[in-house]
Design a protein around this ligand. Structure first.
Ligand SMILES: [Zn+2]
Ligand SMILES: [Zn+2]
Length: 132
């Protein structure tokens, strides 16, 4: 059977995509299957790993929460710790509702850092009260 693109050339195999016969020059092997030029594009799209299903827009609240959390370690922990946690929870709700947003990792980090900062500030405050 002749190649679909080159009628003068004998085909060597069928394209896995369109099942047409093609010569060696027309076929490329992808993931162990032979494809013609036009099916190759489609096959490559299937093979290419899908970009992370989450979105690409960073969630502002997640960034803010992490900043609050980091500052809360050094100052105003009693105030910024809870603020970081509540902002992070807002961020997580927004990310869950809108899949184009990212920042779950930052929001989780903000909750952990904010909680630790808050505990340290409460302990510090308690120690100061007990000393008096
Ligand atoms: Zn094909
Ligand atoms: Zn050909």
């Amino acid at each position: 059977m002749p190649c679909k693109n080159h009628p003068e050339t004998e085909s060597i195999a069928r394209c896995f995509g369109c099942q047409e016969s093609f010569c060696e020059n027309c076929l490329v092997e992808i993931s162990g299957q032979r494809y013609c030029g036009s099916c190759k594009v489609i096959a490559l799209e299937d093979v290419t790993p899908v970009l992370e299903p989450q979105g690409t827009t960073p969630c502002n609240e997640a960034n803010d929460a992490l900043i609050y959390a980091i500052i809360s370690i050094f100052c105003f922990g009693i105030f910024l710790g809870p603020m970081a946690i509540s902002t992070a929870n807002t961020a997580k709700r927004k990310i869950a509702a809108d899949h184009s947003l990212t920042g779950t990792g930052k929001a989780n980090a903000a909750i952990i850092i904010g909680t630790i900062a808050l505990i340290f500030w409460i302990l510090g405050l308690a120690a100061r009260i007990l000393q008096n």
